[in-house]
Design a binder for this molecule. Structure first.
Ligand SMILES: Cc1cc2nc3c(=O)[nH]c(=O)nc-3n(C[C@H](O)[C@H](O)[C@H](O)COP(=O)(O)OP(=O)(O)OC[C@H]3O[C@@H](n4cnc5c(N)ncnc54)[C@H](O)[C@@H]3O)c2cc1C
Length: 405
């Protein structure tokens, strides 16, 4: 069998895997098969830059020349429909059989569908790919009132982009607070107030039971039976890994494709990385994780000695509604021994401490300040001997000193 590294899916995990393979193996054929009609692009920009030119070269992860220079063949508009692990072949929608000696599954995830009546009406949107963003923008030509469902990062970034573009936005979140996965209670409350001051209506702790309308959306019904009239709905309520392709194969799946620390699946010669991969019962679903998992998988497909993936401390930046905040590490109060919070010079910060080390931090100080917190959390810098009743800036000055010594 000829050597051929084959990658299914053309997102960020695929690109970083291809790069890592090429770094290890300068000669062997590498192919990326992606069902979308574009070179791999920066999916994050779809909400952060919704009203910018998303078809610009700037949105691509790598320019066309890079693939050419590195002899990585990207086949766009190519959907893989079957995998035959016994024959080491995949089948494409246009009937081709492609042989691999190593296969990497990077099919990513799709947005979780809204499980309510009316979700199929015209003007109900979700944003996962470039076509979704294009179709949302095209439909916005009529109607000004938009309900966004989901108060996570992606939902709020969408709400911000729509608000900035002049639409009347209402955010509905089923949980009692916004960005509950990343923020402490005080920050969530402050965030809600910021949105409201900007003119966005926020409804928390409330589910949507149906979307009303005949052909197009006219409103959403909430679980208290109230109705909010609107012209568009955009929802963002989590992701589901795209595992359908491996359903009839021996590759193990749970919520994602199960991988070990070397990014190997249960089938020989088959690896998985990114939003499709489940490691230790967890699908990361984050850009940085997909990038690093792709790099590790690619390396291990080509290198003599495998390296293990190490999950990075999760970092979320939120820059919208005129604020710049970050959340790093574990910000669950229930899992720490102690937390310290303060509003100093108009900036709110909370740090989370367990076993005398900082395990998490939330701060409205702006992205530049995040580096010290990140280093302290990643390195497990000891806080022993630091008086935690001092101001946060005094605590962080001492942390910085310890990190540098
Ligand atoms: C709007 C938006 C905003 C986001 N913002 C953030 C953020 O701020 N921070 C953050 O950390 N993360 C963010 N994310 C998540 C981040 O984008 C993902 O974690 C990352 O893109 C995952 O990369 P991936 O390569 O695993 O998969 P994907 O980027 O999902 O790429 C998978 C590709 O595989 C293709 N594919 C699927 N099945 C097949 C098949 N059978 N044949 C061929 N091709 C196939 C898909 O069409 C897709 O192109 C955001 C996601 C979205 C959608």
């Amino acid at each position: 069998m000829n050597k051929h590294y084959l990658i299914i899916g053309s997102g960020v995990a695929a690109v970083h895997a291809a790069k890592a393979i090429r770094d290890q193996d300068p000669d062997t054929e590498i192919s990326i098969l992606g069902e979308e009609g574009h070179l791999p692009y920066n999916r994050i920009k779809l909400t952060k830059g919704l009203f910018t030119d998303l078809h610009s070269e700037k949105v691509l992860i790598k320019k066309e020349k890079w693939y050419k220079d590195n002899r990585i063949a990207v086949q766009t508009s190519t959907r893989v429909t079957n995998i035959h692990t016994d024959r080491q072949q995949v089948e494409t929608a246009d009937g081709r059989m492609i042989t691999y000696h190593k296969l990497l599954l990077c099919m990513g995830a799709r947005n979780r569908a809204l499980p309510v009546e009316g979700a199929g009406l015209k003007n109900v949107h979700t944003i996962r790919d470039l076509e979704d963003a294009d179709s949302l923008k095209a439909s916005l030509e009529s109607g000004n009132r938009i309900v966004t469902i989901g108060g996570g990062v992606q939902g709020l970034e969408t709400a911000w982009a729509l608000h900035e573009a002049g639409y009347e936005v209402t955010v509905i979140e089923a949980a009692p607070r916004l960005m509950a996965r990343q923020l402490d209670e005080t920050s969530s409350k402050m965030l809600k107030e910021t949105l409201e001051q900007a003119g966005v209506k926020v409804i928390l702790h409330t589910g949507v039971t149906s979307i009303t309308g005949v052909e197009s959306v006219t409103g959403v019904t909430l679980d208290d039976n109230s109705v909010i009239s609107c012209d568009h709905v955009v929802y963002s309520i989590g992701i589901v890994p795209n595992t359908t392709l491996v359903k009839d194969t021996p590759i193990d799946t749970r919520s994602g494709i199960v991988v070990n620390a070397n990014m190997e699946t249960s089938a020989p010669h088959v690896y998985a990385a990114g939003d499709i991969a489940e490691m230790n019962g967890h699908v990361e679903g984050l850009w940085g994780g997909a990038m690093e998992q792709g790099r590790i998988a690619g390396n291990n497909m080509a290198a003599a000695e495998p390296v293990a993936y190490r999950k990075a401390v999760p970092v979320t930046f939120f820059n919208a509604f005129g604020i710049s905040l970050f959340s790093i590490g574990d910000t669950d109060e229930a899992r720490c021994d102690q937390s310290v919070s303060a509003l100093e010079n108009g900036v709110y910060t909370q740090i989370f401490v367990k076993d005398y080390t900082m395990t998490g931090a939330v701060s409205w100080e702006g992205a530049a300040a995040s580096l010290t917190y990140k280093s302290a959390i990643e390195s497990g810098c000891s806080l022993e001997g630091i008086d935690l009743s001092r101001s946060i800036s005094e605590i962080m000055t001492e942390v910085k000193r310890r990190l540098q010594s």
